[in-house]
Design a protein around this ligand. Structure first.
Ligand SMILES: Cc1cc2nc3c(=O)[nH]c(=O)nc-3n(C[C@H](O)[C@H](O)[C@H](O)COP(=O)(O)OP(=O)(O)OC[C@H]3O[C@@H](n4cnc5c(N)ncnc54)[C@H](O)[C@@H]3O)c2cc1C
Length: 302
């Protein structure tokens, strides 16, 4: 007999049961997702979200998994990933229409090849456009929302409505917030600025050089774990001043290179990782009275 999952597959949707989330995140931590669903077209997004709604499966969209700590118990629901049509990028003068699954680095490189500037300070953030917008990713004083005209979304709880266009002003972008909770970002339009190719490449090189020098490149991590309490008070500095560089529980360790990175040295559990986070929060509070807030998104039960 055909199972409900077979019906989804009949629409060309890929469904994997009990997929380890550790394979989907840059931290390489996390137990199984009950369903890992990959969709390639807008119709498939609608079909998959409607199916989740009907079957009572909690749906969560995942991008490049570069800002997620998933529970050791995994996620009792459906992780939805965009591919196919959502990996397209097309330029029209200084405007670019880009799918939610396009990697940010590709967008920036393709823009640079057309002498278009504006997002190059974000080079090296290992994000999809959808994930970067959901988190309002930023670096070196530039936010991805700065150049946004509008986003195309589908609502997780109202898949039947289809695609909606939300202008930038209708969203509430802030420090790692976007007002896009409950939405799947399927695409976006950005307006960039013409600039000299040499200048764009130089800025990209500077940002890459800065990352290589200051971040634990080549390790399993999720970028900065805590938000900066203020621009002149980086969380990394507070953690370092509290003497926590190198602090570890099991295989989860505060990076020696950048104290706001917590690294999985290989085989760390989510519990160990969270314990290191909690110890950092307690110690920094005791040391300087500041309460650090996580930037990382937790997935599943903790
Ligand atoms: C080495 C390293 C360096 C980093 N440097 C930076 C930095 O400089 N600045 C910065 O801001 N961040 C940085 N990060 C963190 C991370 O890359 C960003 O938060 C990024 O925006 C996450 O994008 P993602 O596609 O990986 O999203 P995921 O980690 O997969 O998901 C993050 C959140 O976005 C949601 N989401 C994902 N895709 C979509 C979508 N299509 N529609 C709606 N919601 C979606 C998810 O549900 C989740 O809540 C870094 C991470 C690493 C590993």
């Amino acid at each position: 007999m055909e199972s409900p999952v077979d019906r989804l597959r009949g629409f060309g949707i890929e469904v994997v049961r009990d997929q380890p989330i550790s394979a989907l995140t840059t931290l390489r931590i996390g137990g199984p997702a009950r369903y890992h669903i990959t969709v390639f077209t807008q119709d498939q997004v609608r079909t998959a979200l409607e199916w989740c709604g009907r079957s009572g499966e909690h749906a969560c969209v995942i991008g490049a998994g570069s800002n997620i700590l998933a529970s050791d118990d995994g996620f009792a629901g459906a992780l939805v990933r965009l591919r196919g049509d959502f990996e397209r990028c097309s330029f029209d003068g200084d405007r670019v229409t880009v799918g939610g699954a396009v990697m940010l680095t590709r967008l920036i490189n393709e823009a640079a090849a057309r002498s278009l500037a504006g997002l190059e300070s974000l080079i090296g953030i290992p994000a999809t456009v959808g994930g970067a917008l959901a988190m309002n990713a930023g670096a070196h004083g530039v936010w991805i929302s700065d150049r946004l005209e509008h986003v195309q979304v589908m609502r997780i709880d109202r898949p039947g409505v289809g695609e909606e266009t939300l202008p930038r002003d209708a969203l509430q972008f802030g420090y790692r917030t976007s007002g896009l909770a409950g939405c799947v970002v399927i695409g976006a339009v950005f307006r960039l600025s013409p600039d000299a190719p040499d200048r764009i490449r130089q800025r990209m090189d500077e940002v890459r050089w800065h990352r290589a020098r200051t971040q634990p490149v080549g390790t399993f991590n999720a970028g900065c774990v805590f938000k900066n309490p203020s621009p002149d008070m980086p969380a990394g500095r507070l953690i370092e001043q509290a003497g926590l560089k190198g602090f570890r529980i099991g295989a989860a360790r505060v990076s020696e290179r950048h104290a706001n990175f917590i690294i999985n040295e290989g085989g760390a559990t989510a519990v160990e990782y969270l314990q290191v986070m909690q110890h950092v929060v307690r110690t920094v509070r005791r040391h300087c009275g500041v309460s650090l807030e996580p930037e990382l998104r937790l997935l599943g039960n903790f």
